[in-house]
Design a binder for this molecule. Sequence first.
Ligand code: ZN
Length: 350
Amino acid sequence: MYALILTACLAAAPDSCAPRLLPAGGAPDAAACEAGAEALSARWLAAHPALTGQGWRCAPLSQVPALDLAEVAPGVHVHRGADAGFTPENRGWIANLGVVVGHDRVAVIDPGGSREQGEALFAAIARLTDLPIGPVILTHPHPDHIAGAEVFVEAGAEIIADARLPEALAARSETWAESIPAQIGAEAWAGTVLVQPDRTIAAPEVLELGGRSLTLTPAPRAHSDADLTVRDDATGALFTGDLVFRGLTPVVDGSLKGWLGWLDAPPQGAPVIPGHGPVAASFAEAAAAQSNYLAGLRDAVRAALDAGLGLSDAVPAVLAAMQPLADHWQDFPATTARNAAAAYAEMEWD
Ligand SMILES: [Zn+2]
């Protein structure tokens, strides 16, 4: 298989150029790739005005840098994200991503944290199988999980998400398009466009991949406003998205109470692939530390409210109360301070 690779430079920094893989230009041989390359490159650049082109080439897809995938159950492959928040060093590649290979097609669970990472995931899947890619499932609206989706749109995949995701994404996509390159670097974000899903679901749904199926289950507001889980019915492997964090401090961007409620009646399945952190053999192993953290956050915020503290005094009080947990979590102080403020706002009128 040949890939169309466009050299694209930041319009604002013309020396900053990188290869962009355009999946729509893929072809069985170089001649077929080259035949459509000029027109396709021009169309793509017109749709990505932050970039300018400096030529293209057709090369074997096997030469495109590929993401590392580990098979955690038969046909279930996981890319492990860096256990950290956004930094220039990790380029935003911090979320766990999944690939499930059926007989007829391949599903993707979260397409990556940038255009660049989505391309590397696409290249990794091409090394696993020639099957068509799709559905691509977005576990929730956060860009570290979904910003690579446009690569798969261009590959012809259907993008599926929870029914609440479009609104959540629309509300913040402009902010993210400015704040994330400031955190990971403009080069690492180059070419990234946050795209909306093709289809959404508001109730559990089974997706057939041929010979195996995935069960998608929307969750109440919890980590975010639009979380869903994905279970591979053949192996039981459960992708929780960011409903489960391991190692990286859990981020409360939906509802603390909703999240604790969800944890009280978790979905069945194992191994458990969390949104961040190592794969676990059971849900109890995956979520015990997070449950402890979130219950501690609830109790500390409740104590601050009961003591009559205003928000500006409550945040440091909650941080101090939770300090015994700090060594267990990456990014603890900053994320816990934000979580304290979010939980305070949620619980203030209880
Ligand atoms: Zn998230």
